[in-house]
Write a protein that binds this ligand. Structure first.
Ligand SMILES: Cc1ncc(COP(=O)(O)O)c(C=O)c1O
Length: 374
């Protein structure tokens, strides 16, 4: 079962207070989740009310004096993932009319696309998002799947959801959604990460590659060496600026551009070699840079699939003249939407693409008409 699982407060109190109910599953369920390392969640608003009732009841039952009681709660609390309780509130919702706390658990589950485990059948009926402990345990224990699931973006984002929430709030409240401080800060950090001097955020990976070509003044009548084996965007960047992509076959062991085949593809029109680090595996840049140097060509890394990869201890993005990264959601570093960046140590190119990404403008409404590197 891959759903996010929220626990109803009563179930947690059964466990903390050792309340033997009619059905032993009720007390055993949180323990089962902990022992089997099944992640579970609490909605933020539950914390205070559970703690309040637990302390009150534990004192009443004479459990509070035992150090294990506090330990049990802390241990349980530390294992839970805390989900936000949404501010949205519909007073007319049947659950809100019956029990506000349950309604808020329902809202938290709804916003996280999660399931609630509860022994309260009326809560289950009104929410429509609930399972009983018995049904949950049955589903978990009888799960037999031999299929390998596709990469699930929701799961990987969920790991950072509370940090993301803070960032979303900050961005939303700032009212600044294009460039601005958030992007500048990212550019600085990503340049450092890539062991390069400059990073310029752009709309996506294709745009990053095309802007590098434009920044170097490559266009109609020019040729750019590209690998035959790559994602279409590598070629599209070249044709988008009016230049001609000239394909070169890959090395059959690495799937990356074969340096030994580049020289025979070079003509007087060749201006650059577009190297792709496919599947996160860096291309053989020493050999490629040597050919480029011989023919005075620019080396442009298409690093869309290789954030963080190293070639002979150097980071991808710092190996040629400039690199284009993609932050398409499924990439090593995925955005919530489209995103891309140019990374380079070439200050002249950095200044040029910074203008090009923003209508040739450095200062608002002052547009310098600048299309070429020189
Ligand atoms: C090798 C390669 N180059 C370029 C791109 C283009 O990136 P984007 O989708 O951000 O435009 C991709 C994206 O899939 C890619 O895999």
């Amino acid at each position: 079962m891959r759903d996010r699982v929220l626990l109803d407060s009563n179930l947690i109190l059964d466990y903390l207070l050792g309340r033997q109910q009619v059905n032993p599953f009720w007390e055993a369920l949180p323990l089962y989740l902990i022992q089997h390392q099944i992640p579970f969640c609490l909605a933020a608003h539950q914390i205070a009310s559970i703690e309040y009732v637990f302390i009150r009841e534990a004192k009443r039952l004479g459990l509070w004096e035992k150090p294990q009681a506090k330990q049990l709660w802390l241990c349980f609390f530390n294992k839970a993932t805390i989900l936000k309780t949404p501010a949205k509130f519909d007073r007319e919702h049947p659950l809100a009319k019956r029990d506000i706390e349950d309604y808020q658990i329902h809202l938290a589950a709804e916003s996280a696309e999660g399931l609630i485990i509860t022994r309260d059948l009326e809560f289950a009926r009104l929410s429509g998002r609930c399972l009983t402990p018995e049904a949950f345990l049955f589903a978990t224990k009888t799960k037999t799947s031999t299929s390998v699931p596709f990469y699930d973006l929701k799961t990987s984002h969920f790991e950072f959801h509370s940090e993301l929430e803070v960032t979303f709030d900050r961005t939303l409240n700032s009212g600044w959604f294009i460039l601005g401080n958030e992007v500048s800060q990212f550019e600085q950090e990503f340049a450092e990460y890539c062991e390069s001097q400059y990073c310029i955020g752009v709309g996506n990976g294709l745009e990053a590659l095309a802007l590098i070509l434009r920044g170097y003044g490559i266009g109609a009548g020019d040729e750019v060496i590209v690998p035959t084996h790559t994602f279409i965007a590598t070629w599209l960047a070249v044709s988008q600026v009016g230049a001609t992509p000239v394909p070169v076959e890959p090395d059959e062991h690495t799937y990356n551009l074969n340096p030994a085949l580049i020289e025979s593809a070079i003509t007087p029109k060749t201006k650059a070699i577009m190297v792709v680090h496919l599947y996160g595996q860096p291309a053989d840049l020493d050999a490629i840079n040597a050919v480029a140097k011989k023919y005075h060509l620019k080396v442009i890394e298409d690093a869309a699939q290789a954030h963080g990869a190293r070639y002979k201890s150097r980071r991808v993005g710092s190996l040629g003249d400039a690199a284009g990264f993609s932050f398409y959601p499924a990439k090593n570093l995925g955005a919530f939407g489209d995103g891309g960046a140019i990374v380079t140590n070439d200050s002249k190119l950095a200044n040029t693409v910074k203008l090009l990404r923003n209508y040739g403008s450095q200062v608002k409404y002052s547009n310098i008409r600048l299309y070429m590197y020189d």
